[in-house]
Ligand binder design. Structure first.
Ligand code: 5MM
Length: 335
């Protein structure tokens, strides 16, 4: 394992003022998102939408890396340049989603296990040779009656740690994403408790598998009440509870934490990160973003209406707002 390369890439991904763009929707998800804005989905339209984003001038000041899907890493820019090379030439690290999706967990109705470990080492070698320098694997944790089960926590933590270890052996920085979903009527304390459980289990599994934490990143949810909970908490409480939970349950030798947005509004995702970074304490890790929807939802709608240059401006503006939130320098009037 080349620990120096891994550490360097991980630090680069959370460099000052920068975060990650999650553009790794699988074909099914990306197609649904295109159809929802009236665009017929195909490999060509998925490529046209994404290459327009990647051609945005100046986004590299706010985006350190882009997570791609298998289809996208093999596609080309309009000028014929392979997408991963086009990203690297701007100083943006290409990343790759390597899980093969969340499947039903046997004997645990309504719970999921993320698959993709079979043949992962060989796939990582190929992705590295194509220019990828980091990877992502997302586990999905649902809150509900007697959920998550110990079985769900245990198998997903194990898979995340095995994935991370395999990626590191092949030179890819693993982003470890245990996502506790926002769906449900649970309160923020339940989200806190479940997040603490999956984080503890994941880092214990990483310890057993020998994952080199200074060469890895964590992509967690924030601590938020369920979408249908009547007792929503304030932005300040979200920031405080999230930092508290992470400080207690995430090893401090990890270089960075890059949040997912999980269905939050663009402004909430930016404001929450901003408040965390504005706190009067020094966090043990960089606190940054690896947003999908909170960076792209409006850019997609704008692209679908045929305004391709404007879509780039919308993406650039959201990237800049989140870049400011890396230092607590974002303000509502800048929106
Ligand atoms: C981009 O969406 C990713 C999931 O795609 P599939 O469901 O198609 O596999 C997802 O993992 C994403 O990277 C993270 O959830 C971050 O995106 P959000 O929208 O939550 O910020």
């Amino acid at each position: 394992m080349d620990t120096k390369l891994l550490e360097m890439t991980a630090r680069d991904l959370v460099a000052a003022g920068k975060g990650i763009l999650a553009a790794d929707e699988s074909n099914g998800t990306m197609s649904n998102r295109l159809e929802a804005v009236g665009v017929s989905a195909s490999a060509d339209t998925r490529r046209a939408y994404r290459t327009n984003l990647f051609a945005t001038k100046g986004y590299e000041d706010a985006i350190s890396g882009v997570i791609l899907f298998d289809e996208t890493i093999r596609q080309k820019m309009p000028d014929g340049q392979p997408i991963p090379l086009a990203l690297s030439s701007k100083g943006v690290h290409p990343g790759i989603k390597v899980d093969t999706g969340a499947k039903e967990l046997a004997n645990h109705s309504g719970e999921k296990i993320t698959e993709g470990l079979d043949g992962l080492s060989v796939r990582c070698q190929e992705y590295f040779s194509m220019g990828a320098r980091f990877a992502k694997w997302r586990a999905v944790i649902t809150i509900g009656d007697n959920k998550p089960s110990d079985a769900c926590i245990s198998v997903n933590a194990h898979a995340l740690a095995r994935y991370a270890s395999i990626c590191q052996e092949q030179g890819l920085v693993p982003i470890i994403e245990p996502e506790v979903l926002m769906a449900g009527a649970h309160n923020a304390q339940t989200c806190y408790d479940v997040t603490a459980r999956i984080l503890e289990a994941t880092f214990e599994a990483c310890r057993i598998q020998g994952v080199h934490l200074p060469g890895a990143l964590l992509k967690p949810n924030m601590i938020i009440a369920g979408l249908s909970c009547p007792n929503q908490i304030t932005r300040e409480e979200v920031a405080k509870l999230t930092v508290d939970c992470l400080t207690k349950h995430v090893p401090h030798d990890l270089p960075g934490i890059v949040f997912l947005s999980g269905g939050q509004s663009d402004e909430d995702a930016t404001a929450h990160l901003n408040l965390m970074n504005a706190m009067d304490i020094v966090h043990p890790w960089e606190l940054s973003y690896s947003y999908g929807r909170a960076l792209l939802a409006n850019a997609l709608k704008t692209w679908a209406s045929g305004e391709h240059d404007e879509s780039q401006s919308v993406f650039l503006q959201r990237s800049r707002m989140n870049s400011l939130a890396r230092t607590g320098g974002w303000r509502l009037d800048l929106e």
